[in-house]
Design a protein around this ligand. Structure first.
Ligand SMILES: Nc1nc2c(c(=O)[nH]1)N[C@H]1C(S)=C(S)[C@@H](COP(=O)(O)O)O[C@H]1N2
Ligand SMILES: [Mo]
Length: 223
């Protein structure tokens, strides 16, 4: 897990849940064999609408006080960053209302997030021309990967609030990524490090049978 001082982690890794999700990937659970068009349909294939907001993670929830929070941007960037809370909050602030889609089948409409757009952070870090992928690491040890192009899209945000309130610990506070166009496992909670890379590096679920890309409209659940 993390070596950062002053960050406590409670709970135990849910090995059983991880094995169950690996089995779902092997079985191709929930696959409908259809695709949908985000311009026309609001609910991606095989998804069910949720009213509440479920909590999904590996079972360990780090407690990251704002004084201990760091957001590091490293690898293929002209300017390496290690932002503390004040440095992060000094970046341009944005809001967005988006739908989210978890691969275990729930979707949730109209979530209002506040935070810093990835674009506004990358404008400071300045990826080098060789940078094509990102690997993200979290305080619970979770990792996931994206192409730089999708990471830098206009609707991708380091979110610190939800419905006008600070993002709760269970949903990844103080800061999580929100990337609405892909399944929600591509939106890491308790994020602390972004590494820009020339070659792709599959993350926690991507090496456990889940799709490397994860587009809900194309049912890219497993890969
Ligand atoms: N750090 C971390 N981020 C994570 C996860 C995790 O286990 N650890 N789980 C992912 C999965 S599978 C989903 S569906 C969403 C769930 O976010 P929520 O608990 O806020 O609904 O977080 C994603 N980000
Ligand atoms: Mo998920």
């Amino acid at each position: 897990m993390t070596e950062d001082e002053g960050i406590t982690i409670s709970g135990a890794v849910k090995d059983k849940l991880i094995r169950t999700k690996e089995r779902w990937a092997e079985e191709g659970r929930l696959l409908t064999g259809t695709t949908a068009d985000p311009e026309r349909d609001r609910l991606p294939p095989g998804q069910t609408l949720a009213k509440d907001w479920p909590v999904l993670d590996l079972g360990v929830q780090p407690d990251v006080p704002k004084e201990k929070f760091r957001l590091r941007v490293e690898g293929l960037v002209a300017n390496r960053l290690a932002l503390d809370w004040d440095g992060f909050m000094a970046l341009p602030q944005s809001e967005m209302v988006v739908d989210i889609h978890c691969v275990t089948q729930w979707s949730r409409y109209d979530n209002r997030f506040g935070g810093v757009k990835v674009r506004d952070l990358l404008a400071v870090a300045q990826p080098t021309p060789e940078a094509r992928f990102v690997s993200m690491t979290c305080y619970d040890g979770y990792t996931t990967n994206l192409t730089l192009e999708e990471f830098a899209a206009a609707d991708v945000m380091f979110a610190h609030s939800w419905e006008g309130q600070p993002l709760t610990r269970q949903h990844g506070g103080p800061v999580r990524l929100v990337l609405p166009k892909l399944y929600f496992w591509k939106s890491p909670k308790w994020i602390t490090r972004v590494e820009l890379l020339a070659a792709d590096r599959p993350g926690f679920w991507e090496v456990r049978g889940y799709h490397n890309h994860g587009d809900p409209w194309l049912e890219e659940r497993y890969g």
